[in-house]
Design a protein around this ligand. Structure first.
Ligand SMILES: C[S@@+](CC[C@H](N)C(=O)[O-])C[C@H]1O[C@@H](n2cnc3c(N)ncnc32)[C@H](O)[C@@H]1O
Length: 209
C-alpha cells in the first residue's frame, strides 16, 4: 500500500522544522547547485513542493521538471508554488506506476526511500535508475544510522508516527546507501546534517553498466 501523506500535508513542513530546524531544508538545498542549466529533472516525493521554489531561486528558467507526488493534498500545495519560468509537469501518482523516459539529466529523491520496505525500495530504485540517463546526476537525501542511540530512537518514533497517521509501510530504513554503490553510482559530493543522521549525496550514474 502506498504511503498516504495527505493527513500530514497541512502540518508536515512545520513539524519537520520543529524537530530538525532547518536541517531538512538545508540538506536538500545544498544539492541544487549541481543541477546543470536546461536540465530535464525528475522529482519523486516532493512533499509540499517548497523545493520547486528553491530550485527557481537558483535557476529561474530553462528547466523542465517532472514532479511526481502521490498524496493529492501535497500535490495541491505543490501546484501553488512559484517555480519561476521553469516548466513543471505535475503527476499525482506513485512514481513506480509512472512510465518514465530513460533520459532525465537529473533525478531528485528527497526523503523518499525511507518510506519503503526493502523489496519495494529495490523495485522503485531500479525504476528511477532506469529513468536517469547514463552520466546523469542523482541528488539523494535521506536518513542513516551512524551508531548514535538517539538516531534509533528518533527513527523509531518517526516510523511509528507516520505508520499510524499516513500508513507508511516501512519500520526500518532500507539499504539505501549501499544500493547506490551496488549500481555503480559514483559519489561526486556529500554532506552530513543533523549530527550525521541525515546524508545528502550527489551521485553520477555510470556511463555504462
Ligand atoms: C517523507 S515525505 C518527504 C517530502 C519532501 N521531499 C520533503 O523533504 O519535505 C515523502 C513524500 O513522498 C511521497 N511519496 C511516498 N511514496 C511515494 C511514491 N511511491 N511515489 C511518489 N511519492 C511518494 C509522500 O506522499 C510524501 O509527500
Amino acid at each position: 500500500m502506498a504511503a498516504n501523506y495527505n493527513n500530514s500535508a497541512w502540518f508536515y513542513d512545520r513539524l519537520s522544522k520543529m524537530i530538525y530546524g532547518k536541517a531538512l531544508v538545508h540538506s536538500q538545498v545544498c544539492l541544487l547547485q549541481f543541477i546543470p542549466p536546461e536540465s530535464r529533472i525528475l522529482i519523486a516525493g516532493g512533499g509540499t513542493g517548497w523545493i520547486l521554489e528553491e530550485i527557481a531561486n537558483i535557476q529561474p528558467s530553462g528547466l523542465t521538471i517532472t514532479y511526481i507526488e502521490v498524496a493529492p493534498k501535497m500535490m495541491e500545495l505543490s501546484k501553488k508554488r512559484n517555480a519561476g519560468n521553469n516548466e513543471v509537469l505535475f503527476i499525482n501518482d506513485v512514481v513506480e506506476n509512472v512510465p518514465l523516459p530513460d533520459d532525465f539529466d537529473v533525478v531528485i529523491t528527497p526523503f523518499l526511500f525511507d518510506n519503503f520496505t526493502e523489496g519495494n525500495f529495490q523495485k522503485i530504485f531500479a525504476h528511477i535508475h532506469n529513468g536517469l540517463k547514463p552520466g546523469g546526476i542523482w541528488l539523494n537525501t535521506d536518513f542513516r544510522l551512524t551508531g548514535k542511540w538517539w538516531q534509533k530512537v528518533l527513527l523509531r518514533s518517526m516510523f511509528l508516527f507516520f505508520r499510524t497517521l499516513c500508513g507508511i509501510e516501512a519500520n526500518k530504513l532500507p539499504d539505501i546507501w549501499n544500493t547506490f554503490e551496488r549500481y555503480g553510482c559514483r559519489e561526486i559530493e556529500k554532506a552530513p546534517f543533523f549530527g550525521d543522521f541525515i546524508l545528502s549525496v550527489v551521485y553520477k550514474k555510470q556511463i555504462r553498466n
